[in-house]
Design a protein around this ligand. Structure first.
Ligand SMILES: [Zn+2]
Length: 288
């Protein structure tokens, strides 16, 4: 990553001078202690940008179109064309199409996904083609299953779905959703992609602790997701719904009522726009 290389060079240069005096400046400028997660308003679709205190830049899903490029340019300096990790939760276009634009326009070090998709779905062939091109240019592809972890500095991502033993041909891309819990010190986030009740039940049956302070509500607030029992187990303080203009009735009244019932502080990209959550390892701060 360009940013990290630059930091390294700056440190090498400073060592020639008075290290003790400069260290404080270096630390102040280049070592933020906070992790940022930005839930972008990409219309009807998901896209979440995460920056770790170590400078890792991670994108989970890309929304439905090239609008993601504008969103990324708000969060990254113009000269930075590298992303450390792109995670695709599943191959539906409201998550995938923006990722295709990102792969065409950025150098991506790591591509992470569940490996499950419906081959006849729109975008599948292009995903395969563009992913292969990025791999030729040096990207590493990682397919993960429940129980596996990805470590990016102090941020640890644990996969909760899909299960290895359940891998089979799927009929809908949603069945192949990658669900992740991200832990940063005492702060935790649960990213539920577009799962439904069935996947939620399998997750709660297989993991004793799915609790998280922040819940990315499943499937744009669909009434067939985010059951009461799942909410009880996840027990979030904050819920984020990523949705926009749509004909499915997302987010549903049913889910909004369930969130209200558990007194969960709920934010919506269709109402609040981009939602930035700053985590210092203990507390969370929301910047709309
Ligand atoms: Zn979706």
């Amino acid at each position: 990553m360009q940013g990290k290389k630059q930091v390294f060079l700056v440190l090498g240069f400073l060592l020639l001078f008075n290290l003790a005096a400069w260290q404080a400046v270096f630390y102040f400028h280049f070592s933020p202690k906070e992790l940022e997660a930005v839930f972008f308003d990409v219309g009807q679709g998901d896209s979440i940008f995460i920056k770790t205190p170590q400078g890792h830049q991670i994108l989970i899903d890309g929304g439905p179109d090239a609008g993601i490029l504008e969103k990324l340019s708000q969060e990254m300096p113009f000269w930075d064309r590298d992303l450390d990790m792109v995670i695709l939760t599943h191959l539906d276009k409201d998550h995938l199409f923006g990722i295709l634009e990102v792969l065409k326009n950025y150098k991506v070090e790591n591509i992470v996904w569940s490996g499950l998709g419906v081959e006849s779905s729109s975008g599948f062939k292009e995903w395969e083609k563009i992913k292969e091109q990025e791999i030729k240019e040096g990207a590493k592809e990682t397919i993960i299953s429940a129980g596996e972890k990805i470590i990016a500095g102090q941020a640890v991502f644990s996969a909760l779905y899909p299960f290895l033993e359940e891998r089979r041909e799927i009929k809908r891309n949603n069945e192949g959703c990658l669900v992740l819990k991200m832990l940063f010190k005492d702060n935790d986030f649960l990213f539920c992609a577009d799962i439904s009740f069935g996947e939620e039940e399998k997750i709660t049956a297989n993991f004793s602790d799915i609790s998280a302070q922040v819940l990315k509500v499943a499937h744009h607030g669909s009434k067939y997701s985010t059951s009461e029992s799942f909410l009880k187990r996840a027990a979030p303080q904050i819920a984020v719904i990523q949705s926009g203009k749509n004909s499915y009735g997302h987010p549903s009244e049913e889910v909004l009522t369930r969130l209200q019932k558990f007194d969960i502080n709920t934010f919506r990209t269709d109402i609040n726009g981009d939602i930035k959550i700053v985590a210092n390892g203990y507390n969370l701060q929301i910047k709309k």
